[in-house]
Design a protein around this ligand. Structure first.
Ligand SMILES: CC(C)(COP(=O)(O)OP(=O)(O)OC[C@H]1O[C@@H](n2cnc3c(N)ncnc32)[C@H](O)[C@@H]1OP(=O)(O)O)[C@@H](O)C(=O)NCCC(=O)NCCS
Length: 282
């Protein structure tokens, strides 16, 4: 079997491979397909820097890459990297990541970031082996809103984004980036007076919340279980206090990893495909 690493030239094969690799998340291929297409259309994914691994022409692994120009610096970001479980531990993940890093380096990224679940020791070992270091810890908060309409005023997401103070450095949580999502819901709370709190929701993920308002009640939270992704764990982060007052709980920990351009501790990529037998799933 021969391994070929190339650009992300379509989502039809990438989506099932990602669904298989991230089987614990339970997202079907259709959901991956939808998100990949939306991300490609909004240019949140660079299809050339992103990579797919093909074994005898069939996609067995994917690495998603993106970059933004931010305050005079180009920052790369590795999103989902996944290899079909049947083909794990053969060097495909490292080959994918190295190919994506090479592309981001060539594009002039001065640093490359990613977020990984703290307990994902396999992925952490992979990223550390190609030069990533832990930069900080991120908390995953979950929040169950009461049923019923939110008491606050519903606002266009862009309005919420513009009202939000820029307190967080990670580009994927900044207004300019979030603004590229067309399917966010936005609320400004409370309903009277100047906006003191905002919520941004996409499906069941709470993308963004900012508030310094201890009075913000759970009535202001949209109904259903929401997950606020990856809030920096620093004790000084005011969002933690607000979330605690809202009755939110920490349900997971992620790490933000960073690799300066052309990490020095990279191992050469090697494919140990000789061990693979059997047919590749379509
Ligand atoms: C993480 C993942 C992409 C690795 O892909 P892979 O093709 O199996 O990785 P490789 O064979 O290239 O291994 C590279 C290194 O990763 C580490 N690694 C990979 N799988 C591991 C495991 N099960 N246990 C411990 N370390 C592991 C090792 O350091 C390995 O180097 P080594 O083989 O020289 O010891 C794959 O396990 C996967 O798809 N996981 C589910 C999705 C996921 O969690 N993605 C990361 C999200 S940020």
């Amino acid at each position: 079997m021969s391994l070929a690493i190339g650009p992300l030239d379509g989502v039809e094969e990438a989506a099932p491979a990602l669904s298989s690799a991230f089987r614990d998340d339970g997202h079907p291929p259709s959901q991956w397909r939808r998100h990949l297409l939306a991300d490609l259309e909004a240019r949140r994914i660079d299809p050339d820097a992103s990579k797919v691994a093909r074994l005898d022409g069939v996609v067995v692994g994917v690495a998603i890459a993106r970059w933004v120009d931010d305050a005079g610096e180009r920052i790369g970001h590795l999103g989902s990297t996944g290899v079909r479980p049947a083909f794990a531990r053969r060097g495909i993940g490292r080959a994918l990541v190295q190919a994506a890093l090479g592309a981001l380096d060539t594009l002039g990224c001065s640093r490359i970031t990613l977020e990984v679940a703290a307990e994902n020791s396999a992925a952490r070992a992979l990223y550390e082996s190609v030069g990533f270091e832990t930069r900080r810890e991120l908390l995953v908060w979950s929040l169950t809103g009461r049923s019923g309409a939110p008491a606050g005023r519903r606002a266009a997401p862009v309005e919420v984004l513009l009202a939000r103070p820029e307190t967080r450095p990670a580009f994927q949580r900044r207004s300019a980036y979030l603004r590229t999502f067309g399917d966010l819901d936005g609320w400004i709370c409370p309903s009277a007076g100047p906006p003191r709190a905002g919520l941004l929701r996409r499906g069941e993920a709470l993308f963004d919340l900012w508030t310094h308002d201890p009075e913000l009640s759970r009535h202001d939270v949209p109904p259903g279980r929401l997950t606020l992704l990856h809030e920096p764990a620093e004790e000084t982060n005011p969002v933690h206090l607000a979330l605690t007052r809202l009755g939110a709980e920490v349900t997971g920990r992620f790490l933000e990893l960073e690799r300066r351009a052309r990490g020095v501790s990279e191992r050469p990529s090697e494919y140990r495909g000789a061990a693979i037998t059997g047919s590749v799933p379509k």
